[in-house]
Design a protein around this ligand. Structure first.
Ligand code: AMP
Length: 291
């Protein structure tokens, strides 16, 4: 495994591997602090490609709060160990000055409801500008055949698909199911920032989602009723969601009745830590999807 810091080194390393017969290159973009969610993406990439690139870059452009960027966990040494164990070929871990050198002036911005709602409303549209910009740069730098993303960040996945389609970037975008702890909490690098008390309250987020799923399985269809169920579970753990959305999984438009597949998405601050989670109603079990 090679750890490279510059796009030039990355390209040279990839050229060598392609020259040696690596036909398919898979990319897993991350911000590091690797957990089982990231490892599941690496396994999917490993199974389908001849060479696997893991990128680790805490992208300042997608953070809309400086304190959040400063607090974000950085664990590069254990990340590279985990990458080695996951049979990654190349770790691309650039400095911010490599991705955004002096004079850098280009932003990739996906317009419309995909970026203005949910996370875009909560964190500001600059968040998804940062995501679209860095992912476009990574897809281009790697020339990836396939790139792997988690359904945990469902809106990000939609934005990345839109961006790649609109820019004609021919990388297959693959979504992988959300990995969870035993109690249901979606794995997240941010979970390490929770106190024990916050960690136990955070589990109300997946429980609220599961309560919605159970109610729908029992026949509930009215979103107002489902919202009440979810909110009461969150409130019982003293959580006030930033949003609790019932949305069309392709367009993110709000829905009022569960009469087709619906994405249920929650963002909530637990103490200082902002967590997100979601589930897709009407497509069980969670499916892997491609475009
Ligand atoms: P991050 O390092 O948080 O930017 O995440 C990098 C990638 O891992 C993104 O595509 C995330 O959606 C994905 N990811 C994060 N958490 C999980 C999880 N619990 N299960 C599956 N994928 C995840």
């Amino acid at each position: 495994m090679r750890v490279v810091r510059t796009i030039r080194e990355l390209r040279a390393e990839l050229a060598e591997r392609r020259g040696a017969g690596a036909a398919r290159v898979g990319l897993v973009p991350t911000m590091g602090a690797l957990h089982e969610g990231h490892l599941s993406l690496l396994r999917a990439a490993r199974a389908e490609n001849d060479a696997v690139v893991l990128s680790i870059f805490v992208n300042p452009k997608q953070f809309t709060e400086g304190a959040d960027l400063d607090a974000y966990p950085r664990t590069e040494v254990s990340d590279t160990d985990a990458a080695e164990a996951a049979d990654v070929d190349i770790v691309f871990a650039p400095a911010a000055s490599e991705m955004y050198p002096a004079g850098y002036a280009t932003t990739v911005s996906v317009g419309g409801a995909l970026t203005e709602t949910l996370e875009g409303a909560g964190r500001g549209t600059a968040h998804f500008d940062g995501v679209a910009t860095v992912v476009a740069k990574l897809l281009i730098a790697v020339g990836a055949d396939a790139a792997y993303f988690g359904q945990k960040d469902a809106q990000q996945l939609l934005v990345v698909r839109r961006m790649a389609a609109d820019l004609g970037i021919p990388t297959r975008i693959v979504s992988c199911p959300t990995q969870r702890d035993d109690d249901g909490l979606a794995l997240s690098s941010r979970n390490t920032l929770l106190s024990d008390e916050e960690r136990s309250r955070a589990v109300a987020i997946p429980r609220a989602l599961q309560a919605v799923r159970s109610a729908v399985l029992e026949g509930a269809r009215d979103v107002a009723e489902l919202r009440t169920i979810a909110l009461s579970m969150l409130h019982a753990s003293n959580l006030e969601p930033e949003y609790l959305a019932f949305a069309d999984p392709a367009t993110l438009e709000e829905v009022a009745v569960i009469d087709r597949p619906v994405l249920v998405a929650i963002a909530a601050r637990v103490g200082a830590v902002r967590l997100i989670d979601n589930l897709l109603l009407g497509s069980e079990p969670e499916q892997r999807e491609e475009s």
